[in-house]
Design a protein around this ligand. Structure first.
Ligand SMILES: Nc1nc2c(ncn2[C@@H]2O[C@H](COP(=O)(O)OP(=O)(O)OP(=O)(O)O)[C@@H](O)[C@H]2O)c(=O)[nH]1
Length: 332
């Protein structure tokens, strides 16, 4: 009965992290379960890494406030031998008995043949067919519900994140940077396709859609799993970039701009983008978006196909004629 109540609570969640806490606390209700963790898997610096994102501490489940890049406790995936096997062989789950009273099962969440999260359940007794059925059953409910949540957070045309979860992601990026205390900060970039109306007018809406999909693919290949890429609607994209020095953020946006400009779009040929970016500090999302939008507006007014930085334009006193009132900024 407890489990049923937990499942009801689990499927009432509207947020991935709360859903994760909920499924782990459901596992904790099972007899013999002594430990649970949610492990985050990430590919960076041409290696695979793993770190605990949610774990049990003094009987309470806690989640990391750091992002995976700044988490010094992350390990190379190959250091966790069994998990490494489970992931590289794309297994649905894998069990291992480390000691007579320590039996572990890993349950990776597969999405488009990639696993970004893996749940780990440890119990004091060996797994029986019944306990395995219960664990994998709960995991299936969790996985189905997670993909439903994921679907509702994505833009149907490009598969990028939609506007819905933007504020939450922004807050997480800004808070993680505060905890880090370094002089690096996260960045927010607004990217807009130049003269997109002309593409639609000349080639038709279907070709316009094709350009949106191709630009979304270029965004995915230019930015890593640590970035968050959104389509806010129309031909406007937003990228949340993890903490970095301004020069590094500028260079990666510039590399993306150049990548689009040199891409051969079938039938259409050349397409360019303009980019405005600003520091993603702990202030309101509307304020930060407004700043990045002002820089974008400046880029559009001054030749397009370029990357402009809000604070730099402001310091140079160049924003007087490019002020965008917040009423004009198309946010939703
Ligand atoms: N194909 C397609 N077009 C879209 C979609 N959403 C918005 N649009 C079109 O995007 C165009 C946006 O045009 P504008 O905002 O005038 O800007 P622009 O032509 O890109 O010019 P600049 O931004 O000034 O460089 C409009 O023609 C919209 O109809 C979509 O989902 N698919």
């Amino acid at each position: 009965m407890h489990i049923l109540q937990n499942l009801v609570q689990m499927t009432g969640q509207r947020d991935h992290l709360r859903l994760e806490l909920s499924v782990l606390s459901t596992f904790m209700q099972l007899p013999g379960v002594t430990n649970v963790r949610a492990l985050e898997l990430v590919e960076m610096d041409s290696g695979h890494w793993v770190r605990a994102r949610t774990w049990l501490q003094d009987g309470q489940l806690v989640s990391s406030t750091q992002d995976v890049v700044s988490d010094t406790k992350r390990l190379p995936l190959r250091d966790m031998l069994h998990l490494h096997t489970c992931i590289t062989q794309q297994m649905q789950h894998l069990q291992h008995s480390a000691h007579a009273d320590q039996h572990v099962i890993w349950l990776p969440v597969w999405m488009h043949e990639k696993a970004r999260v893996c749940l780990e359940v440890t119990q004091s007794e060996p797994f029986t067919p019944h306990s395995l059925d219960v664990i994998t059953g709960i995991f299936s409910v969790y996985q189905n519900y997670q993909s439903l949540l994921d679907y509702s957070e994505r833009d149907a045309l490009t598969g990028l994140l939609n506007r819905k979860t933007f504020d939450e992601h922004l807050l997480r990026f800004a808070t993680a940077a505060q905890a880090d205390h370094s002089d690096e900060m996260p960045w927010l970039a607004v990217i807009d396709i130049d003269h997109f109306k002309l593409v639609n007018d000349r080639f038709g809406h279907l070709f316009g859609d094709e350009v949106l999909i191709l630009v979304a693919n270029l965004l995915r290949s230019a930015f890593s799993a640590q970035h968050r890429i959104f389509r806010f609607g129309g031909e406007e994209f937003v990228v949340l970039m993890p903490a970095a020095h301004k020069a590094k953020a500028h260079a990666s946006l510039e590399a993306f701009r150049a990548m689009v400009a040199s891409h051969n779009f079938p039938q259409i040929g050349r397409v360019t983008v303009s980019v405005g970016f600003a520091g993603a500090k702990l202030c309101s999302p509307v304020e930060i978006l407004g700043q990045a939008d002002q820089a974008l507006y400046y880029a559009k007014e001054n030749g397009r196909n370029q990357v402009c930085h809000f604070e730099q334009l402001q310091d140079q006193g160049l924003l007087h004629n490019a002020q965008v009132s917040h009423d004009d900024v198309e946010l939703f």
